[in-house]
Design a binder for this molecule. Structure first.
Ligand SMILES: NC(=O)c1ccc[n+]([C@@H]2O[C@H](COP(=O)([O-])OP(=O)(O)OC[C@H]3O[C@@H](n4cnc5c(N)ncnc54)[C@H](OP(=O)(O)O)[C@@H]3O)[C@@H](O)[C@H]2O)c1
Length: 374
């Protein structure tokens, strides 16, 4: 299904898969305002158009897990940006489907949004793009992102599509879960940090990520390369979290200071494993995507099947809370650099961290989440 404007798209047309997400929506807002490209938002359902369709854009709807259907949505596009996500199995499958769809549609370049977490949230000092990856992290998401990158590297050997991989760290900004969740935790009296927030937060304000995406889509020298991208500043978790607390009228003491956690590896679900098999790929062609989503929602809501967070203290409403992901992130002591992105892409983060935070806090107010606690 297309909007009636699709024929009005002028080259170079850039398709954006996952245009309804946090990163996707901001990418739509910033890139659709430019005159040097024509943005084609691609979403998975009509319901996902709620915000995107407020602008007159050549949007398209497609199944991100079907190469054939996705290829149809990518026609006439020279570049494809992939900013969609799914569960662990879907992340890996989406990478393959996106590559095959780009190849079939004649898309020249695929920009794949990976994550700095392929190096682990608590990455080793000295980590850079060429550091070896492994897929036995305690967080299932990290392993899926590693496998997706590997899948793309394997597929790209046929040289039908140039793949550019971006590895952002903690992406924050208006609509970000990092802000909304912190505000909710502070209000509930369960906000926590490790070592009083001294760990390194490898932040990237969402507009800076969109700038990196734009460069990855357009700079010739980016072909076949992988880039870590972040804010220019070295930021600690206290630098990030304390202003949110202050904005809501809380002192830094509102964060419970927790000892380093014992992280229990998340278990990859049997379902995730099954979704990676060829049998699932064949079967899924016959099941409508709405039925698949309904089945998944039911499975997720079923108490016996719910996957517990690897590390969370939650005996009572006011118990301090840190997910495994956040705990590992706050253990980080290494600021990932933009050196390669600066050199090859000419990446210069356009928004300073302080300004990004100011805009983010303004959004908390706009969304009704920023009023001082009663
Ligand atoms: N946010 C961060 O801090 C961060 C950090 C590093 C890397 N990244 C990467 O950046 C990309 C975008 O992240 P985000 O924060 O913008 O994610 P998001 O807000 O969760 O949005 C993801 C997009 O994926 C779609 N989607 C979700 N589940 C899906 C499924 N099962 N099948 C098909 N589509 C599905 C959503 O569509 P609906 O709107 O229809 O649900 C939405 O358009 C991801 O690859 C993520 O791994 C994000």
């Amino acid at each position: 299904m297309d909007s009636s404007m699709s024929s009005a798209a002028t080259p170079p047309a850039i398709a954006l898969i996952g245009a309804s997400g946090f990163v996707g929506l901001r990418t739509v807002e910033l890139l659709s305002a430019r005159t040097d490209c024509s943005l084609v938002p691609v979403v998975r359902s009509a319901a996902s158009l709620a915000v995107v369709s407020r602008q007159r854009l050549a949007w398209r709807i497609a199944d991100f897990l079907s190469a054939e259907l996705l290829a149809g949505a990518l026609r006439d596009c020279s570049v494809c940006i992939h900013a969609a996500i799914g569960d662990a199995g879907q992340i890996v499958r989406m990478a393959e489907v996106a590559y095959r769809a780009c190849a079939a549609a004649g898309v020249r370049r695929l920009v794949w949004l990976s994550s700095a977490s392929v190096h682990g949230q608590d990455c080793a000092p000295g980590t850079e793009e060429s550091s070896p990856l492994h897929d036995h992290h305690p967080i299932v998401y990290n392993n899926a992102k590693v496998r997706a990158e590997r899948r793309l590297a394997r597929l790209a050997r046929d040289r039908r599509v140039e793949v550019v991989i971006l590895r952002p760290g903690v992406v924050f900004g208006p609509r970000s879960r990092w802000l909304a969740d912190t505000a909710a935790d502070l209000r509930a009296g369960r906000a926590a940090w490790l070592d009083e927030g001294r760990g390194v937060c490898n932040s990237i304000y969402v507009d800076n990520l969109v700038e990196a995406i734009r460069l990855a889509a357009t700079v010739a020298a980016a072909a076949g390369e992988t880039f870590l991208v972040g804010d220019a500043e070295s930021v600690t978790w206290a630098d990030f979290l304390q202003p949110i607390a202050g904005h809501l009228g809380f002192a830094a003491s509102a964060f419970h200071n927790l000892p380093p956690p014992r992280v229990v590896p998340e278990r990859e679900s049997r379902w995730d494993a099954f979704t990676l098999t060829p049998a699932y790929a064949r079967l899924s062609n016959f099941v409508p995507s709405r039925a698949k989503r309904l089945a998944k929602a039911l499975a997720a809501a079923w108490p016996a099947q719910r996957t517990r967070s690897a590390w969370a203290l939650r005996p009572g409403p006011a118990a301090p809370r840190l997910t495994a992901e956040l705990a590992l992130l706050q253990l980080c002591r290494w600021k990932l650099t933009n050196t390669k992105a600066e050199r090859l892409l000419g990446y210069r983060p356009p928004v300073a961290f302080a300004e990004g935070l100011r805009r983010s806090l303004a959004w908390l107010d706009f969304a009704g989440l920023g009023r001082p606690s009663p």
